[in-house]
Design a protein around this ligand. Structure first.
Ligand code: NAD
Ligand code: IPM
Ligand code: MN
Length: 365
């Protein structure tokens, strides 16, 4: 029987609620497949700062180092609450970015997917959606503005100033480009390269390297689009996209827009892949506005489990069944409140109600 160690970092806000549903599904998958998952919970995020004095404690690093994969819930506090923690120890700078850096998880896969049967969840008109929404954002995750040189201080004129730089070298661009071309090759063989080369020198280099890597993928068409225009096309004609590749910050923003056109960030799982370690997390945050109410949508967290099954444990068939189980719960007219529009005929379910129904559907398959 194969056995995998999974670090479980439940995080903050809605993190614990949606992680409970994800581990429910993991335990079921383990029973059904004769696979052992050794779930190792560890403190991470703002809650870890308050309980352990650090948002990424040493003991959590040890658990993650040992793990075959890491499943992470969202971290972070509301704008007001986060002021209780020193800036560099806040969950984003103190835990999440160090996690990404530690495991060099440069390739972030953010699928934006809504089958035709669930198109009513989207705020877009049905004639725009057509057969549904189905594309993937591949976001570079350990470079760019997030990890560039940062300087703050007082300048010669006595003014406070900040300087943070958007840094990439060609190797960093080349490796994410290869991931993107490989993904495009497995899908529709079209790669949309999102950039801002009319202003940013970083995009000029980015585009050069994309073109060079593209020479090894003559079967994949490259379409270059400026990031601002891409934001519009995502609303007006999302069907033109299949695989999109972009630098870190563009990917952060456009992937949340992806959640917007699906109808909720609760539909956005993700995978963050490095050379030797991968971690999986929803694309969204800790949703402090709805935490503790049992109304968060756990699709993003359970979807992150499905991505882990496929990408870390080679369990592609079971991953497909998990996706299918979640979509069939929605297709039966059930939904968490984030996806229900005023006056819509939906059967409202709680976070745990959704997890239970997904488990029931999975058992049937
Ligand atoms: P957010 O993504 O937490 O929430 C934005 C909106 O989406 C809110 O209205 C929220 O209720 C809703 N939402 C998000 N996930 C949902 C779900 N699963 N079900 C139903 N509704 C959902 O963004 P924010 O409020 O700007 O940020 C809150 C905190 O999360 C901040 O501290 C931020 O830094 C952090 N954050 C963390 C991550 C991460 O851990 N990867 C990602 C994004 C933001
Ligand atoms: C995300 C989040 C993070 C990011 C924050 C919390 C650091 O918004 O994963 O999209 O900007 O990468
Ligand atoms: Mn984000």
């Amino acid at each position: 029987m194969s056995s995998f160690k999974i670090a479980i970092l439940e995080g903050d806000g809605i993190g614990p609620e949606i992680m409970t549903e994800a581990t429910k599904i993991l335990n079921l998958v383990s029973e059904r497949n004769n696979v052992h998952f050794d779930l190792c919970p560890a403190p991470f995020g703002a809650s870890a700062y308050f309980s352990h004095g650090h948002s990424f404690p040493e003991e959590t690093k040890a658990v993650c180092d040992e793990a075959d994969a890491i499943l992470k819930g969202p971290i972070g506090l509301s704008h007001e609450e986060s002021k209780k923690i020193p800036v560099d120890m806040q969950a984003e700078r103190g835990a999440l970015l160090p996690l990404r850096r530690r495991y060099n998880t440069f390739a972030n896969f953010r699928p934006v997917y809504l089958p035709r049967e669930l198109a009513h969840f989207s705020p877009l008109k049905s004639e725009i959606i057509g057969n549904g929404i189905d594309f993937i954002i591949i976001r570079e995750l350990v470079g760019g503005l997030y990890f560039g040189n940062k300087e703050t201080g007082i300048n010669e004129d006595g003014k406070r100033f900040v300087n943070e730089s958007l840094e990439y070298d060609e190797d960093q661009i080349r490796r994410i480009a290869r991931v993107a071309f490989d993904t495009a090759r497995k899908r529709k063989k079209v790669l949309h390269n999102i950039h801002k080369s009319n202003v940013l020198k970083s995009s000029v280099l980015w585009n050069e390297v994309i073109g060079e890597v593209g020479e090894s993928y003559p079967d994949v068409e490259i379409i270059h689009i400026l990031v601002d225009a891409a934001a519009t096309y995502l609303c007006l004609n999302p069907g033109q996209f299949d695989v999109m590749v972009m630098e870190n910050m563009f990917g952060d923003i456009l992937s949340d827009q992806g959640g917007g056109i699906l109808g909720s960030l609760g539909l956005m799982p993700s995978a963050c892949i490095g050379p030797n370690k991968a971690y999986y997390e929803p694309s969204h945050g800790s949703a402090p506005d709805i935490a503790g109410q049992r109304i968060a949508n756990p699709y993003s967290m359970i979807g992150s489990v499905a991505m882990m099954l496929e990408m870390s444990f080679d369990m592609e068939d079971e991953a497909k069944k998990v996706w299918h189980a979640m979509q069939s719960v929605f297709a039966q007219g059930f939904s968490t409140p984030d996806l229900s529009k005023p006056g819509a005929d939906v059967k409202m379910i709680s976070t745990d109600g959704f997890g239970d129904m997904v488990a029931e559907e999975l058992v049937k398959q």
